[in-house]
Write a protein of this length. Structure first.
Length: 211
């Protein structure tokens, strides 16, 4: 099963799934808003069904939100139409081949660990950020400290079976240090970090592209 097929099949279920930690999600949006310009041009990669893009739409000029899955994009466009959102454009494309152009901010929430080569993908994302612009991401970091024994057992015993059956996506068990090293290696200066939620850590990173 290809990545696209997996996420197409998961789209309806994904759209119905409630946010697991409302407080952490609200804080992520709040801190992201703090770095968006009212007249800015923003790119979100791996936008899913568009929830975050639509919630952030009133904080900036225009958002181009992309996802690999055609079904995710279909649902996102339906939501945008229902909400009357006019400054969000949803496009289907792979995060490893971002839409052309330069942006004041590039967003990647819950995405990097799902990519075959996060480091190489980050280099491509950096090319889309204007000098002085921002890369803002949030990534589950399931290697290193902060992982319970129960979760470790799940990751090593249950998840591989689910992946083999096509019930779970392939992903990297990234550490916080490895994640931040990859972001810095793509040419960004990291200026803000935090774990939201703290356990298991989902690392929020704001990084800036040097002028």
């Amino acid at each position: 099963m290809t990545k696209r097929t997996f996420w197409d099949r998961a789209a309806e279920r994904y759209a119905r799934r409630p946010v697991q930690d409302e407080a952490a999600y609200a804080y992520t949006l709040e801190r992201t808003r703090a770095h968006l310009a009212p007249d800015g041009r923003v790119l979100e990669l791996g936008c899913g069904t568009g929830t975050s893009a639509l919630k952030l739409a009133d904080a900036t000029g225009h958002i181009v939100a992309s996802d690999l899955s055609a079904e995710m994009i279909r649902i996102a466009r339906d939501k945008a139409e229902a909400q009357g959102a006019t400054n969000v454009t949803f496009v289907q494309t792979d995060a490893e081949a971002p839409p052309d152009g330069e942006y004041d901010a590039v967003l990647a929430f819950n995405l990097l660990h799902l990519l075959p080569d996060p480091g190489a993908a980050l280099v491509g994302m950096a090319e889309r950020v204007k000098p002085g612009g921002y890369f803002i991401s949030k990534t589950p970091c399931l290697a290193g400290s902060g992982i319970s024994l129960k979760l470790r057992a799940l990751l090593w015993l249950v998840v591989p079976v689910m992946q083999a059956l096509g019930k779970a996506p392939r992903f990297h068990r990234m550490s916080i240090a490895g994640l931040e090293q990859a972001i810095a290696g793509a040419g960004f200066d990291i200026i803000e970090t935090g774990n939201h939620p703290a356990s298991p850590p989902s690392r929020f990173v704001v990084a800036r592209k040097p002028l």
